[in-house]
Design a binder for this molecule. Structure first.
Ligand code: URA
Length: 238
């Protein structure tokens, strides 16, 4: 059974105010327990059983934040629902028991690292241009882009009338008719990697995101996820 706690302590733990301030609110008649205004100090409540309201709004403990790194398979959409009935990435993290949303997007046919969370402020931080979070992709491209073309990608190419921010590009492997290239960007424009390679005449055949900052996908199998701890989260911004 959940233990009873003092009303002011509960209000403080839910982030309403400090305990002192919460006592003031109680004495001003702004707090209700199960619909009844309480003005006396020392009331105890059972979290999860009693309904607590402050200025008419329910007071609930903050939800636990969860951060997950998923190795997204191709064929899954990164939206929360799909009118065309295609599989959605959140169906792969159902066992977590929290309603998670993807941070940013990956194309339907792109695989790899996708963070999902229920923490809106971290999601915003990762995506905000001021943080310049690096994202590294492995692109299997058609043909063999030469040094000068790859330098063009590093220095910036014009997509939809706007030059791309500086990127890092490195050839991983040459195949007979294709090349595996690693590209690191901090921008996140729609279909950016594909558009960049299209522009230099080496279209992308397969695309996989392998890291956010220094948080690498590693050997995480396709379709699997792992819970991230605070050390993992710090790596995103390195
Ligand atoms: N760039 C793309 O072109 N597609 C993605 O899914 C991600 C980055």
């Amino acid at each position: 059974m959940t233990e009873k706690v003092r009303l002011q302590k509960y209000l403080a733990s839910c982030g309403v105010a400090s305990r002192r301030k919460a006592e003031e609110y109680i004495s001003h008649g702004r707090v209700k327990i199960n619909g009844q205004t309480i003005i006396s100090m020392g009331e105890k409540i059972t979290p999860g059983e009693d309904l607590i309201q402050f200025d008419g709004k329910n007071v609930v403990p903050p939800e636990e934040f969860v951060y997950v790194l998923l190795n997204k398979p191709a064929g899954y959409v990164t939206t929360l629902s799909d009118p065309q009935g295609r599989p959605i990435v959140t169906s792969l993290v159902k066992d977590i028991g929290h309603r998670l949303f993807p941070v940013g997007r990956l194309d339907l046919d792109t695989e790899g690292a996708l963070i999902l969370t229920n923490d809106g402020s971290l999601a915003q931080k990762i995506q905000h241009p001021s943080h310049k979070t690096n994202k590294t992709y492995q692109a299997l491209v058609q043909g063999h882009p030469g040094k000068s073309k790859l330098r063009q990608l590093e220095e910036g190419v014009v997509i939809e009338e706007k030059i791309t921010a500086p990127a890092k590009v490195k050839v991983v492997k040459h195949y007979q008719k294709q090349t595996l290239v690693e590209i690191t960007l901090h921008e996140g424009r729609k279909r950016q990697v594909k558009k960049m390679f299209e522009l230099i005449g080496n279209p992308v055949i397969q695309l996989k995101r392998i890291s956010y900052g220094k948080l690498h996908l590693g050997k995480l199998p396709t379709g699997k996820h792992k819970i991230l701890n605070s050390r993992d989260l710090n790596k995103i911004f390195l």
